[in-house]
Design a protein around this ligand. Structure first.
Ligand SMILES: [Cu+2]
Length: 153
């Protein structure tokens, strides 16, 4: 290839990549009507460039079951992106990582740890992990967020 053509091809490639990155990711979020922290997680997603389709459910438990969210992974709301579940107060970094992991059925922050996104209500922050569920049904630790050290007096 002529060097100038090669540069043009490269520029086109880079531009298409940039266009892809700029396109907002859409996530469906299933939640209970009265869940305040679910709404706070939705706000967090929007602040981080996601388009959120909000679904108020009468039976969130049934939704989790249908999506394959194991009870040990369960939290309040259940997101769905790219056919995979995003259970609980998951940080956006792991949602982006999930999109590159076809081997995972979903990811979760079980329970509702204080200090996770959408769970900042002034309580002391807890350590928590983001778990991935693979197709064989096993959990994998994708990220660990330590509790902040309390300064000693
Ligand atoms: Cu919650």
């Amino acid at each position: 290839m002529h060097p100038r053509l090669r540069i043009a091809a490269l520029a086109a490639l880079l531009l298409s990549g940039a266009a892809q990155a700029a396109e907002p990711l859409t996530i469906d979020v299933h939640r209970d009507a009265n869940c305040g922290c679910c709404k706070d997680w939705i706000v967090y997603l929007k602040d981080n460039g996601f388009t959120v389709r909000d679904h108020v459910e009468r039976d969130i438990g049934a939704v989790k079951q249908k999506l394959g969210v194991q009870p040990r992974l369960a939290s309040c709301h259940t997101g769905v992106i790219d056919g995979k579940f995003v259970e609980g107060h998951v940080p956006v970094a792991q949602i982006h990582a999930l999109l590159k992991r076809p081997d995972l059925r979903g990811i979760a922050v079980p329970g509702m740890p204080a200090g996770s996104p959408g769970m900042d209500y002034g309580q002391p922050h807890e350590a928590y992990q983001v778990l991935g569920l693979n197709r064989a049904g096993q959990d994998e630790v994708l990220a660990s967020y330590p509790a902040p050290k309390v300064p000693r007096r």
